[in-house]
Design a protein around this ligand. Structure first.
Ligand SMILES: Cc1ncc(COP(=O)(O)O)c(C=O)c1O
Length: 499
């Protein structure tokens, strides 16, 4: 006997009148997307959006219905070909994960459930709690530690600043604000830390000026003697040091701070020790790399992203806090309409909303759970080692080319270099834009020691040594061409000036 359909009457809903035709369309969409991923290498990494396509996204708000197959046709024609390109093996810019077909399927299941993980008593929240318990294991945190999915490490870092702020000033800061404390809080991180830490200080009302940017040593790690001195100076000036942020995997160079020493300083000075491990923390999955994270187990909190080296589709950031009660006390707020019960759907307290600013929360945990279970952390760890190998391969090739200047060696998975020529900042920026438009490889740029650098960051599990070789070959080709053109232009100008 066929099970009862969900409709009891002709009452209008948004569900299809004709389920079989929706099912057929759904299968087309799923097959197309799997084809897209299977053949990702056959397309450009990225391509510029034609004007007509860009304009097509400026339609009036749709008041009338359009058939799903037509909306999908628009998606295929105007959105799919013009995405960021981070699923492509040639993507080496910024810090973008490649995602997996498994993660994509899990996203579909999560959307089907449409669960809200702000609270209440249901299994999706148990999956988020299970991942928090796995994270405690990876990083050697105690049972009492709490964990929460967030958008990304920028949000995790902001939340850590808020928890540290309350740890320093007491719960009164939540109602009375900073003004009642009457003191200037100070935080410390290295000059090579990610900009979201300064923004977190700004958003927390402490002010980004209160973030002391400590110089780094030759390996790009925070200079601990300079950190000690900065804390001493601030105490002498009557300020209140409260937080040190160490980094695993600095965004420009992949540098890893000396976490064990930072944690000792924090314990001695009674400061909160937060680690920004946006991409680097998951190196804990690799037996080979894990020793480099020694000291991580001493942190008060860690922010990291599953959507980077974890290869989970965007977005899937995470915050882990050693003292779960301090975490809860920073965010929890009672409300009559969120009353907790000991049974029924309103049970299950504390709820995830008690640990962060969001009440409505998607099921980020599901795509993470599928990814972790389907591949296992050993294999994911080997993918991480593989991206570090690619960086070492590229570094060796850069060192062997006299036309190239190595600006930052492969400490982890990032290499910065540039083409040697006159006006090198401008030319290297042009080279990178040319590479993007050619569509074979897409690195990004940064500045190292005042020099504009081509930055290759290997995160995508699909990238192979041949892709790193393509980057090198194309930089040399474009660099030579651009230098020749510049010389040809300079020649008549020199002649004209001389005459
Ligand atoms: C070291 C570091 N910290 C923080 C962030 C910010 O992470 P998200 O983009 O997930 O907010 C990044 C992003 O690349 C990063 O590399």
């Amino acid at each position: 006997m066929k099970k009862a359909a969900s409709k009891l009457s002709s009452w209008p809903t948004l569900d299809p009148e004709d389920w079989p035709s929706l099912r057929a369309q759904a299968h087309v969409m799923l097959d197309d997307m799997l084809d897209h991923l299977e053949h990702v290498r056959s397309r450009p990494v990225w391509q510029p959006i034609p004007d007509a396509v860009r304009k097509s996204a400026r339609e009036p708000s749709p008041r009338d219905a359009t058939a799903l197959e037509n909306v999908y046709r628009d998606f295929k024609g105007t959105i799919l070909p013009y995405a960021t390109g981070n699923t492509h093996p040639g993507f080496m810019g910024w810090v973008h994960g490649g995602g997996t077909p498994v993660g994509m399927l899990a996203e579909m299941l999560a959307a089907g459930l449409n669960a809200n993980l702000g609270g209440r008593d249901h299994m999706p929240i148990e999956i988020e709690r299970e991942i928090a318990s796995w994270a405690r294991e990876w990083f050697g945190f105690p049972e009492s530690a709490s964990g929460l999915f967030v958008t990304g490490t920028s949000m995790a870092n902001l939340m850590a600043v808020l928890i540290a702020r309350q740890d320093a000033l007491g719960e009164r800061v939540r109602s009375g604000g900073l003004v009642q404390s009457g003191c200037q809080l100070c935080a410390y991180t290295s000059v090579s830390a990610h900009g979201c830490i300064a923004r977190a200080l700004d958003f927390a009302g402490i002010g980004s000026d209160a973030l002391r940017l400590i110089p780094t040593d030759t390996l790009g790690r925070m200079d601990v003697a300079a950190l000690d001195a900065a804390i001493r100076d601030d105490r002498k000036a009557g300020h209140l040091p409260f937080l040190v942020v160490g980094t695993i995997g600095a965004v420009d160079t992949g540098a890893i701070d000396n976490l064990a020493v930072l944690s000792r300083i924090c314990r001695k000075e009674e400061l909160w020790f937060h680690i920004d491990g946006a991409f680097g923390a998951l190196a804990a999955w690799s037996e080979q790399l894990k020793p480099r994270l020694a000291g991580i187990e001493q942190a008060d909190s860690i922010g990291f992203d599953f959507h980077k080296w974890g290869q989970v589709p965007y977005d899937a950031g995470f915050l882990l806090v050693r003292d779960g009660e301090k975490h809860r006390a920073t965010f929890a707020a009672p409300a009559a309409y969120l009353r907790r019960e000991s049974r029924g759907l309103a049970a299950g307290s504390p709820w995830p909303t008690d640990y962060g600013p969001d009440l409505s929360r998607g099921f980020r945990a599901l795509k993470t759970w599928f990814t972790l279970k389907t591949y296992g952390t050993d294999k994911l760890g080997r993918m991480i080692e593989q991206s570090c190998m690619l960086a070492r391969h590229l570094e060796a090739r850069v060192r062997a080319e006299p036309e190239l200047e190595l600006l930052s060696p492969a400490q982890l998975n990032i290499v910065c270099f540039r083409y040697r020529c006159e006006d090198a900042d401008r030319v290297n920026a042009e080279i990178v834009a040319d590479l993007h438009e050619k569509g074979r490889v897409a690195p990004s740029t940064t500045t190292i020691g005042g020099k504009l650098a081509i930055r290759a960051c290997f995160i995508n599990h699909r990238t192979e040594p041949a892709d790193a070789d393509t980057l090198l070959r194309e930089v040399l080709e474009i660099g030579a061409l651009r230098t020749k053109v510049a010389e040809l232009y300079a020649e008549p100008r020199r002649a004209a000036v001389g005459s």
